[in-house]
Design a protein around this ligand. Sequence first.
Ligand code: C5P
Length: 206
Amino acid sequence: MIIIAIDGPAAAGKGTLAKRLAKTLKLPYLDTGLLYRATAKRVLESGGDPTDPLAATAAAWELSETDTARKDLRDASTSMAASQVASIPAVREALLAYQRSYGSANGAILDGRDIGTVIFPQADVKLFVTASVEARAKRRQLELDGKGQHLTLAEVIADVAARDEADRTRATAPLIPAEDAILIDTTNLNADEAFAHALAIVKEKA
Ligand code: C5P
């Protein structure tokens, strides 16, 4: 049984990398950002405030797979609200057991912000995937373009930078590499190169 933790800032390419590794290694994959996004969406749709601990915590406990399977969780307002609910300790606590149990049965790859530091501190392999804010924003802009959401690069940079700042400076489970995480900077790597690099690390470590 192997646990691979992939953490890093917004739009660093964690998801693409994690999915490819999961397919190659035949492991289940959990995108933990979806849990926070779906929690935020529940709050927004009920007319609540994502910074309200009571509303956000109730939404996190009520979460079901229907919520996380929604296709509309990646727009800018849900992203920012996800970062807001994610700074509430009781929300993180509500989502903890599910993430741990996901990996405990047959091993798994999980990506997020605190997988290597909080969810699976004993993970077999910890990767911290990062890239310059410009590179990350360009990729996110392309992804959004493909979904018919046309934002300027300046708008996407502002969104990504604001989320990074909120995720890095929050008191609970801030975005920070685990001491034993291996850094992968994808600023000058394409998806194939990042994948080859990560696979080599996994093979060496696991
Ligand atoms: O990874 P993604 O960008 O989809 O995550 C959305 C937000 O959820 C992040 O900005 C972060 O605030 C929060 N998150 C978190 N811990 C995780 C995964 C995501 O705090 N493990």
